[in-house]
Design a protein around this ligand. Structure first.
Ligand SMILES: [Zn+2]
Length: 193
């Protein structure tokens, strides 16, 4: 028990002006294709070359430009962090939102590729992350000219991922690990049943 309690959870120093807020005006996207690989034989060795989908390439390119503009030449964050991801998507309602867990991969890869975070394994938690449908609030929705809802807005602007209000906000803070020893102890040093 004392061994676990003696681990100091806060050996990190504050090197960054936390919270760091990064804004990305690119639609949240699921980029599963970017993880597909093709086996290729080269010089007698089997290589696995990842396929980059057009969607993945477009996302990474747009993200790289936006991140470079916001991060400049600051060194990458090299400590455990919490990132609250706010995914603003062109989803018509709360029943048509994609699986939250699938939305993290693309921006996390991009944060690492842009050198904002040294390695995405440093992302310790996603506390505060949400999906936010913008279609019901989008001011670009055209007005219906006929039918029972004449005069009201359509359900969406129809621009989908090109809607100007979609995007991803990322609020990066130092990971809070203060409760980890207690959690570990309660799990590892449970009284025997
Ligand atoms: Zn819209």
């Amino acid at each position: 028990m004392s061994d676990i309690l003696s681990i100091n959870p806060s050996t990190q120093t504050d090197n960054y002006p936390f919270p760091v807020t990064i804004r990305l005006d690119v639609a949240p996207a699921i980029l599963k294709n970017s993880r597909q690989v093709v086996p290729v034989m080269r010089n007698g060795r089997l290589l696995r070359i990842p396929i980059k989908s057009k969607k993945a390439e477009a996302f990474m390119k747009a993200a790289a430009a936006a991140f470079e503009k916001q991060w400049g030449d600051r060194p990458p964050i090299d400590e455990l962090v919490n990132i609250a991801f706010l995914f603003y998507g062109s989803w018509p309602d709360e029943r048509s939102m994609p699986d939250l867990s699938n939305l993290y991969q693309a921006p996390e890869d991009a944060l690492q590729a842009a050198g904002i975070i040294k390695d995405d394994t440093l992302i310790d938690s996603h506390a505060g992350s949400r999906r936010i449908p913008v279609c019901p609030y989008c001011p670009d929705r055209p007005i219906l000219k006929s039918g029972p809802r004449k005069g009201q807005h359509k359900d969406s602007c129809g621009k989908k991922s090109a809607c100007p209000y979609v995007g991803i906000d990322m609020i990066i803070t130092k990971a809070d690990r203060t409760d980890i020893p207690a959690r570990a102890v309660s799990r590892c040093v449970r009284p025997s049943l």
